[in-house]
Design a binder for this molecule. Structure first.
Ligand code: PLP
Length: 394
């Protein structure tokens, strides 16, 4: 006997993965230059030179037992110290090594954090559109997903619309800014309002309501916009971070959970995260990746290419007649589905060799997500196909 839910989860690939795999087959069939793949969020900018150099130096070290060995489950102490130092230097948050649990990226960081606080009947508030895997993560740890519908006027944080979704069972709200899939960056004013609401609701229900800040895109912001460091605004914030996007290392599986001292029950929460990670099979994050981020966690990404891409794509598509949301962060752009349902439109786009995931799995039907971590040259080449696709609906 097998667990049906797990079999289904494994058998049915995520929509975006499905498109990505389709794209690989199509590229082999008709040539890569004829497929316009906007499906997946795999960074197209290479890892910074300093990261490559750190890998080279690491590969030359003779202490291979250390370099390839297990570290403590929490991460090597020198690595945790480097991460905490960097956070403190940038955000003056008082982070210490003891607050950092090194993980295999943001996904396991989120799982461990949510599992640690998943008491009976626990509810997690997510704001649509949201990273589709949130549904899987929350359900897998035994929680209930509570979805706040999108505000399609601007896809920003509207605190008054979130307030009705809190109940006595709310354990946490998940916030992802800069946002996948909208590219919206939540501003300090709205986050302060959210902090006030969380304090009010924590008092009303008699237990702390945590804010889980999912921040793999923290450094990917344009137009000089600030990404507020949420733990400085709301005391009960846990940060789940990864270098998948900022240092273009998604396959190296490296990130962390930051549980600030200010957080309610912070010591127990940290142990809870460690225990939850352990129960999920975490032994330690990849050791080589840990030593890389020890050297490189202070390096800022080069966002020039993503900046240029979002401008080229936004200008090109809006000129044709598409309605798009101008992104200020991350490397995605949201497009209103011009005709039919977004699922059908995604299928239709395939006829023009354009791969566009529908936002239904993000909790936002009627919209498409375009990944802008692609080559600028592909964007330019794709525009005639986008025009033909648009005209096919007239
Ligand atoms: N959270 C969001 C919003 C993401 O977009 C992603 C990956 O695309 C993740 C979490 C998972 O990141 P990681 O590769 O670090 O596990």
């Amino acid at each position: 006997m097998l667990v049906k839910d797990m079999v289904q989860l494994g058998a049915k690939r995520a929509n975006i993965r499905e498109l990505f795999e389709y794209g690989l087959r199509k590229k082999a069939e008709i040539g890569a230059e004829n497929v316009f793949d906007f499906s997946i969020g795999n960074p197209s900018v290479p890892a910074p030179d300093a990261v490559q150099e750190a890998y080279r130096k690491l590969s030359e070290r003779k202490d291979t037992v250390k370099i390839h060995g297990y570290t403590s489950a929490t991460g090597a102490m020198s690595v945790r110290e480097a991460i905490a130092r960097n956070l403190d230097e940038r955000f003056h948050c008082g982070a210490k090594a003891q607050n950092i649990f090194v993980t295999c990226g943001a996904a396991p960081a989120l799982m461990a954090t949510m599992k640690a606080m998943c008491v009976e009947d626990a509810e997690y508030i997510v704001l649509a559109p949201y990273f589709p895997e949130y549904q899987t993560f929350i359900r897998s740890v035994g929680g209930k997903v509570v979805v706040v519908p999108p505000n399609t006027a601007d896809f920003d944080l509207h605190v008054e619309e979130i307030a009705p979704y809190f109940t006595a069972h709310t354990q946490a709200i998940l916030i992802n800014s800069p946002n996948n899939p909208t590219g919206v960056v939540y501003r300090e004013e709205a986050l302060k309002q959210l902090s006030d609401l969380l304090r009010e609701k924590s008092a009303e229900f008699g237990h702390p309501i945590y804010l889980i800040a999912d921040e793999p895109y923290r450094e990917l912001v344009f137009d000089g916009i600030e990404t507020p460091f949420i733990p400085n605004l709301y005391e009960n914030t846990v940060v789940c971070y990864s270098w998948s996007k900022s240092l273009s290392l998604p396959g190296e599986r490296i990130g962390y959970v930051y549980v600030p001292d200010r957080c309610a029950d912070s010591t127990d929460l940290f142990f809870g995260v460690a225990g939850a990670a352990r129960s999920l099979g975490h032994i330690c994050a990849p050791t080589t990746s840990q030593y890389i981020v020890e050297q490189c966690c202070g390096i800022m990404p080069d966002i020039a290419a993503y900046d240029e891409n979002r401008k080229t794509l936004y200008e090109g598509l809006t000129k044709i007649g598409y309605t798009c949301l101008y992104p200020h962060g991350a490397f995605y752009m949201l497009m209103k589905t011009p005709f039919g349902t977004s699922m059908d439109f995604s299928e239709k786009a395939k006829e023009f060799n354009i791969l566009l995931p529908p936002c239904d799995p993000f909790g936002c039907p009627g919209y498409m997500r375009l990944s802008t971590c692609v080559s600028n040259e592909m964007i330019v080449r794709s525009l005639p196909a986008f025009k033909a696709l648009f005209e096919s609906g007239k």
